[in-house]
Design a protein around this ligand. Sequence first.
Ligand code: ZN
Length: 414
Amino acid sequence: MKKKKAAVALLASVLLLLAMVLVNLIATATPHNKTVWATNLTKSPYENIDVKTREAKEKRYHLAFQYPVFKNDALNKKFEYYVKKKETDFLKEIEKIDEKKLKKQPASLALTFELIPADGGVYSVLFNEKTYLAPEKNVSAAAIFIVDPDEGAAAKPDDLFISPEKAALALHTPVDIKKSSLYLQGNKIVFLNDQEDEAGSLAFHKAAPFLKKEWRDRLAIGPAKTNVAAGKNVKRIALTFDDGPNPKSTEAILATLKKHNVKATFFMLGGRVERYPKLVEKIVQDGHEAGNHSWSHRDFTKLQPNEVKDEIDRTAAAVEAAAGVSPLAVRPPYGAMNDKINEVIGTKPVLWTIDTMDWKSHNPKAICAVVKKEAKDGSIVLMHDIHQTTAEALDELVSSLQRDGYEFVTVSDI
Ligand code: ZN
């Protein structure tokens, strides 16, 4: 009986040993669990940004990841997630490849990046990805993120714009913003073509109205730089048109401005913007500045602060929806303003220095005469694009100012 017991015990322990060996075999045959990482953290050339390197060399594949580590956990989580997703997708692909092939030539994934600083403490992170799965599956890919380490914000480049498509058309960018890539460097946007070569650049202040407010704020966009060539005595003047748009007279004004290759500013009413969105889009696509003239042309000094805010915000939203641009310049109806209103608006209102009285005279000759008499460098001319007589005055008005050596700019450039 004793012998039998001993035999059973022996059998049990052999079985146990077999089971342990089997478990071990299964474990080693599951590649996902056995990736051994070598991790390293080094300093980047930029303050408060480190570089994390993670490498793994397995028989069937090699992984090498390099990505930035900021002093912001929310931001770091986004990049950890991005890298993890790359790893998971890669390992899934490997499962489809023949074992023998992998042992001969391991698959590999290498992710590197470059950091480019821009104004406002914002960085562009340019990832470069090289994947080798087989001789015929050998690909490079790039991805760009724009990050604000202070706020933990990260965005795809085209997500900085209210409407990437409309911005690309109005700003004449060398590439389609939506399809192509761009990064930020210093105080400009650099555009890349399909071959990842630099295709052109654009100063922040030019692009500002087309950017979402949160990114406008993050990029600490400074005032427009004067475009007057040093040493040259160029006189500048800004034509402004209020109370529109109007299908007939605004169209006529746009045609005359185009004929003379002149840029102007349109202070529009939200109610009319909502009614004629295509016309607003045309104004912006033609390169003119869109301004905010309130929703319903009420005297701001007779309104409550929340009513003023509503007049401005609703109009801004309507212009953004129509043309993909924020009307950053604000002109209160009748020029009626005070400190309290300025505070609500959050920007210094744009008034005028020459009142053509076009709404009163309805006389093209009289309109031209006022401007010719009062024009000087830095003048802002008040007109209304809802009157046909103003449209009729414009051709001669622009011609005579051009003869006098004036350069036409928008109110944000004056
Ligand atoms: Zn007005």
